[in-house]
Design a protein around this ligand. Sequence first.
Ligand code: FAD
Length: 412
Amino acid sequence: MASATDVIVIGAGPAGLAAAHHLTEGGMRVTVLEATERVGGRMATDTVDGFRLDHGPQLLNTAYPELHRAGGLRGLPLAPLAPGALVRSGGRAYRVGGPSGTRAPLGSARDRARLGTALDRLAATPTRRITARPESTAALALAGRGFAPRTVEHFLRPLLAALLCDAELGTSSRVADIVLRGFARGRACLPVGGAARLPERLAATLPPGTIRFGVRAAHVAANAVHTVDGAELPCRGVVVATDAHAAAALLPGLRVPGFHPVTVVHHAAPAAPLREPVLVLDADRLGPVSHTYPATAIDPTRAPTGRALVTSVVLGPPPDGSDDKTIRAHLADLYDTSTDRWDLLSLRTTAHCVPAMPPPHDLRRPVRLLAGLYVCGDHRDTSTIQGALFSGRRAAAAALRDLSADVPPRAA
Ligand SMILES: Cc1cc2nc3c(=O)[nH]c(=O)nc-3n(C[C@H](O)[C@H](O)[C@H](O)COP(=O)(O)OP(=O)(O)OC[C@H]3O[C@@H](n4cnc5c(N)ncnc54)[C@H](O)[C@@H]3O)c2cc1C
């Protein structure tokens, strides 16, 4: 029996939506099966009392190539953070890499110049040169690059921990270099209105009815998907675009990485604790929060008029005994302001948040399993939105190569 669908994509997260978008552009008839009732996967935003609360502190970077390459994402409204970061150390705040330049506590003028030169050089380094470098952990690489210990401890370590969601910096040094290069090349930013805007925008590029919500795939083959409800959906190709655990359940033998758990905390404040839209890093590790930002100073649409939203991240579950009071006490130190009148809006720990990328890390895991069967998701590239989107593009390209030869003409 002829199928009405060429390719079934399983999962409507960023990777699956990107794959569906590129397949549709390539002339394929696509159906996306999504187990939940919404698009976005881990890139989700809840609305609570007029506040827009991201499940993850999804910091994008204007240098992510896929933001400019995926047709549907061009023009996505982005709210940039100020360059650099505000580092909190020893009871003081230091602006690093901002308009006023790099200052103490990073060490001597020579140390600061060395950091500036290294970041400039990294910004101009092509990926092939980064992937040709010896690979170790980010922690070991930082220690061996000749930076002043203060530069590492007061800036590079907390910055990379925040960008990689990895407190111990066990991530591959090559991935760390690529992420740091993005920081040096572009600007960290948030999608205006919440992280969910990005997948919503990709979904809007698909023909109406492409996504079927509330349908969970149970088994896959290259020519059909069986759902948990017992339906058999025939097709000519399948792209598994779920998270790594669900992908391994559908494709036995697929490697499942370890994960970094992350806790995201949103507070409502009477006013923004900082006017500048800047990332605040904790260099001293004296409390549970790794990094935090005044979300409404970056994107005012995230709170109702007259209120401010502050978003903070604990790398891992909150340490034993720490509750909202402990977190607010730490935030009071980081922002140097009282947090007594801040209200907790949400505290969410995601155990399987970001796939770990220890060395050796393959930056381009295969996405083609056999002709007609493909896999994509952040576990195939880097554990970032960029990695998820790029893996979707790669899977779609492989499917198009295999299946395009005999695409049946579309009905007029
Ligand atoms: C708290 C947190 C913070 C993060 N911070 C950042 C950051 O600052 N910067 C950054 O770039 N990235 C960040 N990330 C990572 C980024 O969000 C992910 O890499 C990206 O969302 C992964 O997209 P994906 O499409 O691969 O998977 P997912 O988003 O997990 O999408 C998979 C989809 O598949 C569906 N699905 C699963 N099983 C089935 C099935 N059997 N049948 C049908 N559908 C199924 C799921 O419901 C889901 O919608 C963060 C993630 C989290 C959770």
